[in-house]
Design a protein around this ligand. Sequence first.
Ligand code: HXC
Length: 510
Amino acid sequence: MRAVLDQLESRRAEARLGGGQKRIAGQHAKGKLTARERLDVLLDEGSFEEYDMYVTHRATEFGMAEQKVAGDGVVTGWGTINGRLVYVFSQDFTVLGGSLSETHAQKICKIMDMAVRNGAPVIGLNDSGGARIQEGVSSLAGYADVFKRNVGASGVIPQISVIMGPCAGGAVYSPAMTDFIFMVRDSSYMFVTGPDVVKTVTNEIVTAEELGGARTHTQKSSVADGAFDNDVEALEQIRTLFDFLPLNNREKPPVRPFHDDPSRLEMRLDTLIPDSAARPYDMKELILAIADESDFFEIQAAFAKNIITGFMRIEGQTVGVVANQPIVLAGCLDIDSARKAARFVRFCDAFSIPIMTLVDVPGFLPGTSQEFGGVIKHGAKLLFAYSQATVPMVTLITRKAYGGAYDVMASKHIGADVNYAWPTAEIAVMGAKGATEILYRSELGDKEKIAQRTRDYEERFANPFVAAERGFIDEVIMPHSSRKRIARAFAALRGKSVDTRWKKHDTIPL
Ligand code: HXC
């Protein structure tokens, strides 16, 4: 008996060593943790249950019969984050560069299937040289098996990808179909084709970091939702994000204990809006004033900064935030901000996360680059996402809500439940200057007259009361009472239920 116990221990120890001490040292030298060390940081202490530790590949060509490592380059199983169930896989770069073989893929598919059956999220820690070259089409098939499961699980369980090393070729498409992608600065990159292929095909000379590093994907492409300085910070932040999310689409997000009075008044908000309409202010101040304990987890903070998206809590309950940011491009909607917010709204709606929308928007950004880039279709994504959402939605207009952007930003007409405005709100087809110049074109030569027309227009339309008179705004509220009023609104919406007509799926303007 003792001998078999010892044998088990030695097999376990061998599997835990992955590609060996030398390669582990190499991983550490690059500032990276090993696959198992990462899981230790991500999961609650002692909670990890590993599966398939002894799985090996069955390939024989290219000398592969002699290169079998228990676990085959990926550590899989489940554990808990603050006591809540999560399925995980963590690719082991020390084993054949974490490359994906047929059996490596089967291990990932196994935990994905279990996650969907048991209603718990999947977090994938990616660190892989892509398809295992020696296995050819078998590894491509393995990827496709994972892709298909990503799509099946989408909207059923949250899926989070952390890119902690190379991620090239088809390997990027599994993360791309998950809900969130986070990267580690300077040690991770993602691209469909690497710098060498780019040079051959397009003659462009570009480094891996420029082509697909964290900066590129958080600031330019918006493929990634955030980036962190090192493995430990990234994994700790994923734990924080995880706490905002429900386990699956049939459960509500967890309610956390809170120590912040929901009726807290914030007198400083009464002076947040500058006297001049042309002067910006930081919308984040308002978000932090409304959130429990000023705690806000921002998503895509470095991309399309003219709109803010992220998670906070009110009375301990998760709320998704979408807010125009007046300090960037005056908070206008454009291609990037519409895409960013649309994706976020759809995630919240899929996972029963109520949405708070803060509006200060002068309209859509004009210009040929916007029109040629398809701002019509991209703007429609946000309009579509809000119109389709059935989660509780509370909207607060702080200042401008002009034109089509008024409709798009969770107006009453497209489905928001409670619509508030500050007394400083201006809800109109356009700003006073633009409006008078169009309406009174023949008087443009007479500066005095135009100024009077502008003042008349401002008096008549640059306020929230025209909309309030029609019931499009439920109440004009004092800025200092925003947290209290919004908390009460969400509390009253907790039982919201909406019947939707059966359809296979919609045809969102992708
Ligand atoms: C098998 C691989 C591998 C792979 C790396 N290795 N990638 N083995 N298949 N795809 C092995 C290396 O041989 C090496 O083994 C070890 O992993 C570490 O690799 P290094 O090259 O020494 O490490 P590094 O210098 O850090 O470079 C990492 C890398 C590079 C940038 C990822 O290895 C690389 O370019 N690999 C190939 C990437 C690639 O083209 N993949 C296929 C993409 S196409 P030893 O024994 O020396 O430690 C694809 C199609 C999927 O994925 C399509 C799905 C639809």
